[in-house]
Ligand binder design. Structure first.
Ligand code: SF4
Ligand code: SF4
Length: 451
């Protein structure tokens, strides 16, 4: 059946699960689409609809397709898979939807179904297996990957590969990623491996546990370090649980819910003694808060996941809610702020990071129009869907004010994507994490250097 044959006006509450073309395991939740009244108020918020103008690439169209498979009107096939995997899972549609339809949750469930029915094969299957199952879930392998990248950067190999033009054998989007790769430093989990509890500088005001993340700790260990500095400066005793792992967001986004569940169980166990779990990556925080979604058919783990998810807090909200020392040193920078989708739409955190920036003396905030529009990073979307990601990034960069020196945000994937945008469109802004700016202001106050 083609999309044109699908009647968008039929009764949305009418579902016939018995005719469903979905597989029984991880069946998408019909309560999630039951409230969609096809009003279309989500259309303008959707970056992929903005670019394609096609209904199947809109939130309303995707919800309808997902419901149609459940009603046995559409097969679980490539026609269904394409719009489901072209979604950025940015959640802007849920913010726009008056009925709070959880389109992102439905998309993730639909992807789980597609990957059960149509597993990736060939080189795509091999690459996916290598990274999603072989590397990301294993901290030691991630550290080895970090070590290789560091060797590539420091040994002169990177310079040689760039100078000889050898780099051009890679696809264009991977060349772009290589060109903005941050300097690889020692992961904080390696640095603190013999000291999993880090005491604050003064009196202990609260105890928190810190999720260091997978890519975050390899590519952005300096941001993890800044997070620990800021927490300890503000009276937090920071525990880094040894057995923590990747949050599983990349796996769930890719439709691999089994590995997502395995990692969720690992983290729930690793953080079971913590009162609060702090993250500095919006995508990880959103995933941790949504762990209960992975255990709909497992009451025991669902309860554990519910308990765990209540303890999760983004660093900006934690600092804001617990009160932090306002820095005294001036940074004197013009800064704009990009709302990471999984912070703004996924967790409803918008004002807290802005307040932190405004509390730094000398910072001049410049408004970014459509600041909560996706940048096109979306986990590994910029690798799997480079053309659409590039078009989304182009729209994003058009909204970045010309006269700012820095773009601040709270998610590592966005930082990489925005850095590509800055380079590609000849801009000169520095891309920074909000917590880094606060840490720099503290360091300057302590006479430890300037930006
Ligand atoms: S705004 Fe919500 S209810 Fe309206 S079409 Fe979009 S998803 Fe459905
Ligand atoms: S999650 Fe984002 S890309 Fe996907 S349908 Fe919603 S607005 Fe569009």
């Amino acid at each position: 059946m083609s999309l044109r044959e699908l009647d968008l006006n039929q009764d949305p509450a009418c579902t016939t699960k018995s005719l469903s073309n979905y597989l029984p395991k991880d069946h998408p939740d019909e309560n999630k689409w039951a409230d969609c009244v096809h009003c279309g108020m989500c259309l303008e918020s959707c970056p992929t609809y903005e670019i394609t103008g096609q209904e199947q690439h809109s939130p309303r169209g995707r919800v309808h397709l997902i419901k149609s498979v459940a009603e046995g009107k559409l097969e679980l096939n490539q026609f269904f898979s394409d719009p489901v995997f072209a979604c950025l899972d940015c959640r802007a549609c849920t913010t726009a939807c008056p009925a709070d339809v959880d389109v992102g949750g439905l998309i993730e469930e639909a992807r789980g179904q597609v990957r059960q029915a149509i597993p990736l094969t060939g080189w795509q299957g091999a690459v996916s297996k290598l990274f999603l199952k072989g590397i990301f879930p294993k901290q030691t392998r991630l550290n080895k990957l970090g070590g290789l990248l560091k060797f590539y950067q420091k040994s002169g190999m990177q310079t040689a590969v760039r100078k000889t033009g050898l780099i051009k054998i890679m696809p264009e989007h991977l060349v772009e990623m290589e060109s903005i790769m941050p300097e690889i430093k020692q992961p904080v989990r390696e640095r603190y491996k013999n000291q999993t509890v880090i005491k604050p500088k003064g009196e202990i005001k609260q105890e928190v546990a810190f999720l260091t993340g997978c890519i975050m700790d390899v590519m952005f260990s300096d941001i993890n370090e800044a997070t620990i500095n800021v927490l300890t400066r503000n009276g937090n005793e920071v525990t880094i649980p040894k057995n923590q792992g990747c949050c599983g967001a990349l796996h769930v986004h890719a439709g691999d819910r089994d590995t997502g569940r395995m990692l969720a169980k690992q983290n729930i166990e690793a953080f079971k003694d913590a009162d609060k779990v702090i993250t500095n990556a919006a995508g990880c925080g959103c995933m941790l808060k949504e762990y209960p979604e992975l255990f709909q058919d497992d009451p025991e783990w669902h309860e554990k996941a519910e308990e765990f998810s209540k303890k999760v807090e983004d660093i900006s909200k934690h600092l804001h809610d617990t009160g932090y020392e306002k820095p005294k040193a001036e940074l004197n920078k013009r800064i704009t702020y990009h709302d990471a989708c999984h912070l703004a739409h996924g967790q409803g955190i918008r004002q807290e990071p802005r307040d932190i920036l405004l509390d730094i003396p000398g910072v001049e905030m410049v408004h970014m129009p459509n600041s909560d529009r996706c940048c096109g990073s979306a986990g590994i979307y910029n690798i799997t869907n480079p053309e659409m990601a590039g078009a989304v990034l182009e729209n994003k960069m058009a909204n970045v004010p010309d006269d700012v020196e820095m773009i601040s945000m709270g998610n590592p994937g966005c930082m990489l994507q925005m850095a590509i945008g800055v380079q590609k469109y000849g801009r000169n802004q520095k891309v920074v994490h909000t917590v880094q700016l606060l840490d720099w202001a503290y360091q300057k106050e302590d006479g430890k250097g300037d930006l």
